[in-house]
Design a protein around this ligand. Structure first.
Ligand SMILES: [Zn+2]
Length: 267
């Protein structure tokens, strides 16, 4: 039909048509043609239930910003946030969008971690301590995200926790204890006592959320996170910590990946 319009008329009509199309797209949500559209006002945006911490393993913020925004040689990756060593917070993907940051792996019942999480990259190569200004900014960001998006404060994990053996970030130098003291992430509380006979540490690790496909790798991730050490064999201290964690999770009724925010509407 447009071919019958004069070039002048076309110049006049085409922008109007484009506007109408854009307006329709902006106001109408995608609808399934199989169904009759009977809209309800009772909804909001889907919200993430988990926060994943990474280190960039790069030597500068600029290099990291470039990698997280291009089709780099290792394949396209991104994150919602990048925190510089100086504490500056960059946002690269909206909270409501699915950043490509977690990749393969799982945590508790969450099998598509990218769909369920916010990813935060920290400018750090894994070999030096995380800068105090950077951790201070991370804590401010965690306060904002857990408050605004109602993500449970215990649902903060490392990339290596959900992908043992494939990932090692944020590594043993990341200050998980400091985060726990500020109220973020799961952390074992005392008293630390020997578990009863029959206690299964693997079941405990799975209850916390850890994958068990490669058990030695899982223990390495657990050691990085909870003890700041290397090692792939469980010892007596690990068993006491895992028993304490099990008691906490059982008492609070919180299961890894459940995403049940206290006081959140359940409908
Ligand atoms: Zn990572």
């Amino acid at each position: 039909m447009l071919r019958f319009l004069s070039p002048r008329a076309l110049r006049r009509v085409a922008p109007l048509a484009a506007c109408a199309l854009l307006a329709a797209c902006a106001s109408a949500p995608p609808r399934n043609p199989l169904a009759t559209w009977v809209p309800s006002p009772n909804y909001d945006v889907r919200r993430p239930v988990l926060i994943v911490i990474h280190f960039t393993d790069e030597d500068s913020v600029q290099r990291s910003l470039e990698i997280l925004r291009t089709r780099n040689s290792g394949g396209p990756v991104s994150a919602h946030y990048l925190v510089g060593a100086d504490g500056h917070i960059y946002q690269l993907v909206a909270d409501t969008q699915r950043a490509w940051q977690a990749g393969a792996g799982h945590w508790g019942t969450i099998t598509d971690v990218n769909s369920a999480s916010i990813g935060i990259e920290l400018d750090n190569d894994g070999h030096v301590p995380f800068a105090p200004a950077q951790i201070a900014s991370l804590l401010r960001l965690l306060d904002d995200l857990t408050t605004r998006l109602r993500i449970p404060r215990t649902q903060v994990i490392g990339h290596e926790d959900l992908a043992p053996g494939r990932k090692v970030d944020p590594g043993p130098l990341f200050p998980w204890r400091q985060l726990a003291e500020a109220g973020y992430g799961l952390w074992p509380q005392g008293p630390f006592v020997d578990p009863p006979a029959g206690f299964d540490p693997w079941q405990a690790l799975a209850l916390v959320g850890y994958p068990l496909e490669d058990r030695a790798a899982t223990v390495r991730s657990f050691h990085h996170h909870f003890r700041g050490t290397e090692g792939d064999a469980l010892d007596a201290d690990d068993l006491r910590m895992l028993y304490a964690l099990t008691r906490q999770l059982t008492d609070s009724g919180t299961m890894a990946g459940s995403g049940a925010a206290p006081g959140a509407k359940t409908e």
